[in-house]
Design a protein around this ligand. Structure first.
Ligand SMILES: [Zn+2]
Length: 159
């Protein structure tokens, strides 16, 4: 899918990325262009290190102390949603029976998949949480991001 579109003057212009796409790409929701995390890869040593500010629009990524505390709820919801979808997929494709160990095979497979996806899920939870509090601003290029008062440097990235 191309995010190029023709504007009124006939010039090619990049359309804003959709909410879901920018979240899956772990972008800042204020501009949907800058990366929230320093490292693009979810499977690296410092995968949870975030940029202090969005490198594109300059919006703070941690808007108050302990801001990302609530990501636990998102991560929990994502885990449940993922498990329900693997359960349904297993049910449709392979089927469950009380006469064999299919339920346990699903449990084990699901657990392995969840562990493997954990780094990405943790990052996705933060990007989702961030998007709940920071709305997309169409005019982010002209307007500077909001200032936040409750910023405490010594508590940065503490959670
Ligand atoms: Zn941004």
């Amino acid at each position: 899918m191309s995010n190029l579109q023709v504007n009124k003057k006939g010039r090619l212009k990049r359309s804003p990325t959709s909410y879901i796409t920018s979240m899956l790409q772990l972008k800042c929701n204020h501009c949907r262009e800058g990366d929230l995390f320093q490292n693009k890869r979810s499977y690296s040593k410092d995968f949870m290190k975030m940029n202090e500010k969005c490198p594109v629009c300059g919006h703070l990524t941690e808007i108050e102390p302990g801001f990302y505390y609530g990501t636990g709820y998102i991560s929990y919801a994502l885990t449940i949603a993922f498990s329900v979808s693997t359960f349904i997929a297993w049910w449709v494709l392979l089927g469950f029976s009380i006469y064999d160990k299919s339920l346990f095979y699903w449990l084990a497979t699901n657990a392995v998949l969840l562990i493997a996806m954990q780094p990405f899920l943790m990052r996705l939870s933060r990007a989702t949480w961030f998007s709940f509090f920071v709305r997309y601003n169409k005019h982010w290029k002209e307007e500077s991001p909001k200032e936040f008062e409750r910023v405490n440097k010594s508590f940065k990235n503490s959670l």
